[in-house]
Design a protein around this ligand. Sequence first.
Ligand SMILES: Cc1ncc(COP(=O)(O)O)c(C=O)c1O
Length: 419
Amino acid sequence: MNLSALGRRLASESGTRTLMDDLGAVATVGSEIMNLGGGNPSRIPAAERVFEARMRALLEREGAFGQAVGSYDGPAGDREFARALAGLLRREQGWDVSERNIALTNGSQSAFLALFNLFAGPDAKGRMRRVLLPLSPEYIGYADLGLSPGLFVSRRSTITELGDGLFKYGVDFRALDDVEDIGAVCVSRPTNPTGNMVTDGEVARLGAFARDRGVPLIVDNAYGLPFPGIVFEDAVLAWEEGTILCMSLSKLGLPGLRVGIVVASEATISALSAVNAVFCLAPGSLGPAFATGLVESGEVIALGREVIRPHYEQRAARALGILRAGLDGYGVRFHRPEGAFFLWLWAPGLAVSSAELYRRLKARGVIVVSGQHFFPGLEDDDWPHKHECIRISYADEWERIERGLGIVVEEVRRARDGA
Ligand SMILES: Cc1ncc(COP(=O)(O)O)c(C=O)c1O
């Protein structure tokens, strides 16, 4: 598909477009709307004070600001930042990495566009290789990234009931065995939209599965360890040859800087740098220049541990408490919140679909995300589960979240009662 055809397809059929329009409207209209929808992180004053101090330090350091805004970096991005990060990953994680294993992108979203189309799509003989998403539901932002249609393939997750109205998705490894023509495997961890922390055992098995097929395992670590560290469970972050780890500064509270980070083999990093050169000449320099000290000193990890993670963990508990209290006896379940900043509400047996629930909530000024968008690669599967869930973000200003949750409770009750 050429780019103008792709543009027309995105403009006309994208399942996520109305949603993105709604979220865009929230960004412009602002405070009237209860935004339980987007992926924006919280504005956390203690974190913003750290960022402001770092920005002042950049301005005060002789020549640093001029260098950051006055020159293009190379296509792999700021090398001083990459060296600082490699040092941090060696110290904290014990990984054998250098700056040659690191490339920067303008946000991690653009890394996925590059990586998916590097490793999947039609090969030289025209045979289609696909990105396997072993868990479903999975991140909405992957859905339209294929430059050719049909880039994704997925399988239903397993569902384990944990009692107390909680459940957890798992990888159905037996169902993956018959998937052919895989170019890459990708999983977000913690998972957006569910807050699921794919277990260490599942990651190891997915790594072996990918190695057996000679393809990379891409781990989307936008919310993960070692930073921003929005993980509420004990977990290990593994990296080995063949793993492509995507990270970001966004969920730390810095989405405006657009700093995405890829840690991978040197061969993958040079391919990605070549794509960067075509897409944008070079990734932006101001974000990495600002953040180098934060990474070099290790302050970025302390910030995650002491400020960011406790903030979201407390919110997860409060938000879940409100929904559970309001929906007790209504047959509603929640994915156990294990990380990121979303609650995934599963309401089997409602009189209306999640898309209708979304419309009703929107009419009352509450934006959530209807679940059916989160099943890229499962378009041909008529799994009823796809229409029984909504994603609720608890990152926005708390007073609005609390009001919004109250309305979610009312509308789910109404839909359950058949109204
Ligand atoms: C799972 C996941 N991956 C990647 C991204 C992209 O983030 P960014 O481009 O800001 O790094 C997001 C943003 O919401 C996300 O939720």
